[in-house]
Ligand binder design. Structure first.
Ligand SMILES: O=C(O)c1cc(=O)[nH]c(=O)n1[C@@H]1O[C@H](COP(=O)(O)O)[C@@H](O)[C@H]1O
Length: 274
């Protein structure tokens, strides 16, 4: 089963376009776990258990594990997700981007070591930095295109005078990902929920690609506008929320609160399909 098949199946089974982002920050854990980096696995596993029937995908952000020397806990978490939610694909958010020989190691890390179904990548170093990931049959790769942060403007909104039609840089990335770079149908694009007009533009340029759309919840992106701009039948959108779900409560009821917030967001997204 390819990553895209998994996404479509999870979308159906869980009736969801919500991606639960796993960005564990021990200082924000509830009292019983607070400040303890050895509890990253326990915290995340409980979030996974609470949302396994609500998510189209899980997205662990690798920096939140590596910063605490918790890669071993990430490996255990990957196994846990496979066990309790085998139908939910896992996107390893690593935002890698390097020359081919180094990219081969990053690809091995994402797909062999962690067993992820997809990875996030920066396209800044060009096609040869993306190629090594595409050698893993059936795995997915989301290229950063129009990111959710204000500084995304600095480069992504620059016009490329040397390219036909003088597109903006993010538009060029969308065209490449929909076209010549997408050798085996493995590519998707990252577009921020904070920029619905750009989601619409990317969807027009890349009508069949899955879009990973972070920025609802803590970053204030509009969930309804996001769906209206990006969703169309057959081309999945994966709308990520991390902190708003993880830290919905700082009390002992954090699991129930995370589930409530995930359910609320999932239903809001589904309803916006009209
Ligand atoms: O690639 C990403 O996931 C990503 C791209 C982007 O443009 N903006 C963005 O916020 N992200 C990630 O999505 C998550 C957003 O987290 P919250 O703002 O807490 O929902 C973080 O893990 C970010 O690293």
């Amino acid at each position: 089963m390819t990553f895209l098949d998994m996404l479509r199946a999870a979308e159906q089974q869980n009736g969801s376009m919500l991606c639960v982002g796993l960005d564990p920050e021990p200082t924000r854990f509830p009292a019983q776990l607070k400040g303890d980096a050895n509890k990253i696995y326990d915290f995340c596993a409980r979030i996974v258990d609470a949302t396994a029937d609500l998510a189209i995908a899980f997205k662990p952000q690798i920096a939140y594990f590596a910063a605490h020397r918790a890669e071993g806990q990430l490996e255990r978490l990957m196994e846990h997700m496979r066990r309790v939610a085998p139908h939910v694909p896992i996107i390893l958010d690593a935002k890698r981007g390097d020359i081919g020989s180094t990219a081969e190691q990053y690809a091995k890390e994402a797909f062999d070591r962690y067993g992820a179904d997809a990875v996030t990548l920066s396209p800044f170093m060009g096609f040869d930095s993306v190629m090594p990931y595409l050698k893993y049959e059936g795995k997915g790769a989301f290229l950063l295109c129009r990111t959710s942060n204000p500084g995304g403007d600095d480069l992504q909104n620059q016009r490329l005078a040397s390219v036909d039609g003088q597109p903006l840089l993010y538009e060029h990335v969308a065209r490449l990902a929909q076209g010549s770079w997408n050798l085996n149908g493995q590519l998707g694009l990252v577009v921020g929920a904070t920029y619905p007009a750009e989601i619409e533009r990317v969807r027009a340029l890349a009508p069949t690609l899955p879009l990973l759309i972070p920025g609802v919840g803590a970053q204030g992106g509009d969930a309804v506008a996001t769906v209206r701009a990006g969703w169309k039948p057959g081309a999945p959108i994966v709308v990520n929320s991390s902190r708003a779900i993880l830290y919905a409560s700082s009390g002992d009821d954090f699991q129930e609160a995370a589930r409530r917030e995930a359910l609320r967001t999932r239903d809001l997204l589904q309803a916006a399909r009209g």
